[in-house]
Design a protein around this ligand. Structure first.
Ligand SMILES: *Cc1c(COP(=O)(O)O)cnc(C)c1O
Length: 473
């Protein structure tokens, strides 16, 4: 099928293609929303319940990032040269054929993984951090604020900010702050200031501390604190490491490189697997493949893997919800457990966000992708297996995808199917050794929230009857 679409690089309609430079690196990010007939639902202003306009976000987000966030139609955004120069330090990232894993599993399946852990921050998050820092700098800002859960985003943003000479203020979920002192020190090495959240520095932090004494925090709380700090500080804006569509856009470099490399060798994947926290790495990995699927050119099985302890796609509802616990951010329509959801303290595998990117949510809602949830001991079992067979010590988050890829490869063995599986190996796990320690000591539990607990969080969704489904566009 011949398709044409609008591009931000030129004003003409040009055929869909992956724009590569001489190093086989993408020259433009791909905006999957442009190929969706039914677009993701718009962000709503929490006060008026009307779709937010760029002006309303101007105090919170950088201008160009807001434009990317709200643009559902432009298929390609040129990657500015400054960002491409930074990417050159660690991209293209390796796409590896997992020969040893295939052999060990005795599977006829071919397994490939796209490895995003070979930069100092240790994950894919740097792909968007550098873009966000660039646009903040270009706008003449002094600095940015953000939250970090496990710490990878804070680390990536610290690196990006130090590269462009921006101030970086990170609110780190308290339990991670305490469990991962070395993550904190990496951020400080790159010049960021790091505060455990909920803190007593912000109004919302004080309120959450008063309501839930002794809380170890959540991503939602930390987001609220970072937003409050940004809007109340001159020359600062807030940046977010996942969930938003702008992040999904930047992460499309993962999928574009993967697609270009597979195309070069004539490899056609059957199954594409990624772990899903806020949805950005999965969205980025699948973008060009899902684009083909949406345009009716090719079909793929696409699988999102999430923790059984934080199951937004598999057990959440598709409704408008707050992106943060403090309810200061716009409302997004997404699969959500409710913004008050805080994973059990025994949860050690990351991916602890209560909701899911709105584009992925809409695609899942349309039945264009699948989702599975896995228990954390199964995840760590896969992590250790992978480390011993393929050498790389994976991040617990990434190991959700490893688990699902291994399960699919075993199924191929049982059914005698020669499928090609591609999965996203989002990062390394060197800072997650206390979680590995729990696994090795046998003290890791598999707590799964009960239906009652999930229903209690759901009952606090905004709008009549727990959702805003009466609003149609
Ligand atoms: C943050 C992170 C994830 C999950 O985030 P998404 O936005 O869902 O991609 C996965 N893996 C690693 C290593 C991470 O740091």
């Amino acid at each position: 099928m011949e398709t044409t679409m609008q591009t931000a690089m030129t004003t003409e309609k040009i055929p869909y293609k992956i724009y590569l430079d001489e190093n086989e690196m993408p020259k433009a990010w791909y905006n999957l929303r442009a190929d969706m007939k039914q677009k993701p639902a718009p962000l709503l202003n929490p006060a008026t319940h009307r779709p937010v306009q760029a002006e309303e976000l101007a105090g919170v987000f950088c201008e160009e990032l807001t434009a990317q966030e709200l643009d559902h139609d432009t298929a390609f955004f040129e990657i500015p040269e400054e960002i491409r120069n930074f990417y050159k330090m660690y991209r293209p990232s390796p796409l590896v054929r997992a020969y040893c894993l295939e052999e060990k599993l005795d599977t006829p399946a071919k397994i490939y993984y796209k490895f995003e852990g070979n930069n100092t921050s240790g994950s894919h998050k740097l792909n968007s951090a550098i873009a966000q820092a660039y646009y903040a700098k270009k706008q003449g800002l002094k600095g940015v604020t953000t939250e970090t859960g496990a710490g990878q985003w804070g680390t990536a943003l610290s690196m990006a900010c130090s590269y462009f000479g921006l101030d970086c203020k990170v609110y780190m979920v308290k339990c991670s702050y305490e469990q991962k002192p070395f993550r904190r020190e990496v951020m400080r090495t790159y010049g960021a200031s790091v505060t455990p959240s909920p803190s007593m520095e912000t109004r919302v932090g004080r309120k959450i501390n008063a309501e839930y004494p002794g809380t170890t925090g959540s991503l939602g709380c930390a987001i609220s604190e970072a937003v409050e700090k940004a809007v109340s500080s001159e020359g600062y804006r807030y940046v977010l490491g996942s969930v938003l569509n702008q992040v999904f856009l930047h992460q499309s470099v993962i999928g574009l490189e993967t697609k270009a490399a597979l195309d070069k060798y004539g490899v056609k994947p059957d199954i594409i697997i990624g772990c899903a926290g806020g949805g950005s790495n999965l969205g980025g990995l699948i973008a060009p493949f899902m684009g083909e699927k949406l345009r009716g050119e090719r079909d793929y099985r696409i699988i999102a893997v999430e923790p059984a302890s934080c199951p937004s796609l598999t057990r959440g509802v598709y409704a408008y919800d707050f992106c943060d616990t403090g309810m200061v951010c716009p409302l997004a329509k997404m699969y959500t457990l409710g913004s008050g959801f805080i994973p059990s303290v025994s949860h050690a595998g990351g991916l602890r966000y209560h909701g899911m990117n709105s584009t992925l949510s809409e695609l899942y809602h349309q039945g264009l992708m699948e989702a599975v949830s896995v228990k954390q001991t199964e995840v760590f079992e896969a992590a250790e297996y992978f480390a011993r067979v393929e050498g790389i010590l994976p991040a617990p988050e990434s190991s959700h995808a490893i688990r699902a890829a291994i399960d699919e490869a075993v199924r191929c063995r049982e059914n005698g199917e020669e499928k090609t599986i591609v999965f996203g190996l989002t990062g390394t796990g060197y800072f997650d050794m206390s979680s590995y320690e729990k696994y090795h000591d046998g003290s890791m539990s598999d707590y799964i929230p009960t239906d009652e607990e999930l229903a209690a969080c759901r009952s606090k969704l905004p709008g009549a009857g727990g959702n805003l489904s009466e609003i149609t566009f």
